[in-house]
Design a protein around this ligand. Structure first.
Ligand SMILES: Cc1cc2nc3c(=O)[nH]c(=O)nc-3n(C[C@H](O)[C@H](O)[C@H](O)COP(=O)(O)OP(=O)(O)OC[C@H]3O[C@@H](n4cnc5c(N)ncnc54)[C@H](O)[C@@H]3O)c2cc1C
Length: 497
């Protein structure tokens, strides 16, 4: 047997008999892989899922479990919100940034209500309850919450704001593990074989360059798994691979917390590249600075080391995190006032690093080492407009605008100062929305599909990311990739050994 690696796929040997055979072989059992497996089985394919860990779940099981859905889901309607495909499309196009894929966004929007029903069919329960405050997730088992910039400047002008983050009925951050339990149970009930402690190492190609299986490592030996119709790579992103992150997205490494499961090492991306696939969007990542809850901190202002504001502070914490990390090593501070002092008893995720205090802005400014009348000028102007009920400079929503009165404190939110900046990657294999992996020329590689963070999917911009877009994408486009693989023509393969 010739030596293979992700970069050097195995060639099918004449007369070779694989150890295992299925119509569709899925690599990875997170949201994308489980959804692909269920969809392929629903389409009549025999399915094997190879999972490197000892149990399925992946990063999805660590997640809060928010799923971005809209167009008038039963939860939105029951909670009094009306949503339209036009508004959801406009929002997602802007949220996707310069690399937006209109065809993918259109499919996602038009299929959103069917996707909601599909999740119900997998056993998910969505409580008809809205959580109205600004938060990173619903704290109880409420379902619906604003999880992005829908009500903020730059978005609300183009699409009527409406909450689209849906969490299955689970307490707090338990939504991801609950989703994975349901998906794995559904896949198993459909006859999908989920084989754990099986790490895919490389693709197997036939003489025409078609992908006909994978080599996987199990109990210290390589086994060959043949795919009669297709291999679906759903092995997650590459945030835990420091070499890949420093080559493709070095800005994500400035004192951040690499946020994923240990197998988010890009192996699925590298297997796809080895088989001839192209990658895209590899420099992009989601960065979060969870400076709320409590929502009262949205009334604070964020300034740089010159005492200048740079953003509407009511934006989603991912947009804030991205803006600050992109300006690294510039120092940044959240300026709070007397009205916030009671909130220090319940600091936001990651805690606070109070760097300076002052009875007056001038004292605070001096303690921070800022030039005289820089921060003081910023607060004077902010307060003047706040008294008139607005923020003409950055258009922070009026709900969060009030004059800031002393005494003041500055909490440092510079990466490396103790502030919490979890990050994950948004780049991966170039693929059609229907899952086919594409090469540098844009041609589909026969037999190879991908979804979830293994590919470049719906979420493409840290600045526009909204919670729920990744799991929404992984489940939705995982299904499409599984269907596409199941409907691919059968290739002539040797029988199982
Ligand atoms: C703390 C946290 C909270 C989050 N909250 C949300 C949220 O609320 N909503 C949201 O949309 N997103 C959220 N995200 C992001 C989201 O969870 C992930 O981006 C998404 O779940 C990725 O799904 P996936 O199926 O692509 O990958 P995963 O769920 O990571 O699944 C990939 C699987 O592949 C396996 N694998 C890897 N390599 C191999 C290999 N070579 N062979 C076999 N198996 C392999 C892994 O072990 C893993 O089980 C959160 C992320 C974190 C870290």
């Amino acid at each position: 047997m010739s030596q293979s690696s992700a970069a050097h796929p195995r060639r099918l040997q004449p007369g070779e008999r694989p150890d295992l055979v299925a119509d569709v072989v899925v690599v990875g059992c997170g949201a994308a892989g489980a959804s692909a497996a269920i969809a392929a089985a629903e389409a009549g394919a025999s399915v094997i899922v190879l999972e490197a860990a000892s149990a399925g779940g992946g990063t999805t099981a660590m997640a809060g479990g928010l799923i971005y859905m809209g167009c008038g889901t039963p939860v939105q309607t029951a909670c009094g919100f009306s949503d339209t495909p036009e508004d959801m499309y406009e929002y997602l196009i802007r949220a996707s940034g310069p690399n937006a894929d209109p065809e993918r966004v259109r499919l996602y929007v038009d299929g959103s209500l069917r996707h909601y029903d599909w999740l119900l069919a997998q056993g998910m329960v969505f409580k008809h309850e809205y959580y109205p405050k600004k938060n990173t997730n619903t704290p109880g088992d409420q379902c619906l919450i604003y999880t992005g910039n829908e009500a903020c400047t730059g978005f609300a002008e183009y699409a009527a704001p409406v909450p689209r983050g849906h969490k299955g009925q689970a307490m707090g951050e338990g939504g991801g593990s609950m989703l994975m339990e349901k998906l794995i149970a559904s896949a198993t009930a459909r006859g999908v074989r989920i084989l754990c402690d099986m790490r895919a190492r490389s693709a197997i190609l036939d003489d025409e360059g078609q992908v006909v299986g994978v080599v996987a490592r199990s109990e210290g030996r390589d086994i060959t798994v043949a795919a009669r119709r297709g291999v679906v790579l759903c092995a997650g992103g590459f945030i835990m691979n420091t070499d890949m992150v420093s080559r493709h997205a070095p800005w994500l490494q400035h004192h951040t917390t690499l946020n994923g499961n240990p197998n988010d090492d890009g192996s699925g991306i590298r297997i796809g590249l080895g088989a001839g696939g192209a990658s895209m969007n590899m420099n992009e990542g989601f960065v979060c600075l969870p400076f709320y809850p409590p929502a009262s901190f949205v009334e604070a202002i964020m300034v740089d080391s010159r005492g200048q504001r740079f953003i509407n502070e009511d934006c989603y914490h991912g947009r804030m995190g991205e803006a600050i990390l992109k300006r690294y090593p510039e120092r940044h501070f959240m300026i709070v006032d007397a009205g916030h002092m009671g909130d220090f008893n319940r600091p936001p995720l990651g805690g606070f690093n109070v760097t300076a205090t002052g009875d007056t802005v001038e004292e605070l400014e001096a303690e921070l080492g800022m030039a005289p009348d820089t921060l003081a000028h910023t607060i004077r102007v902010y307060n003047r407009h706040a008294r008139e009920g607005g923020d003409p400079l950055f258009r922070k929503h009026a709900d969060y605008v009030r004059p800031l009165e002393g005494p003041y404190a500055a909490c440092e939110v510079t990466p490396g100062s103790g502030a919490f900046f979890p990050v994950f990657t948004l780049g991966g294999l170039r693929a059609r929305a229907t899952g086919e992996v594409l090469d540098e020329e844009g041609n589909a590689i026969a037999g190879l599909f991908s979804a979830g963070r293994n590919s470049c999917g719906l979420p493409r911009s840290g600045a526009g990311y909204s919670s729920g877009m990744s799991i929404g994408d992984a489940t939705f486009f995982g299904r499409l990739a599984g269907q596409s693989a199941a409907q691919s023509p059968v290739r002539t393969m040797p029988a199982s050994a």
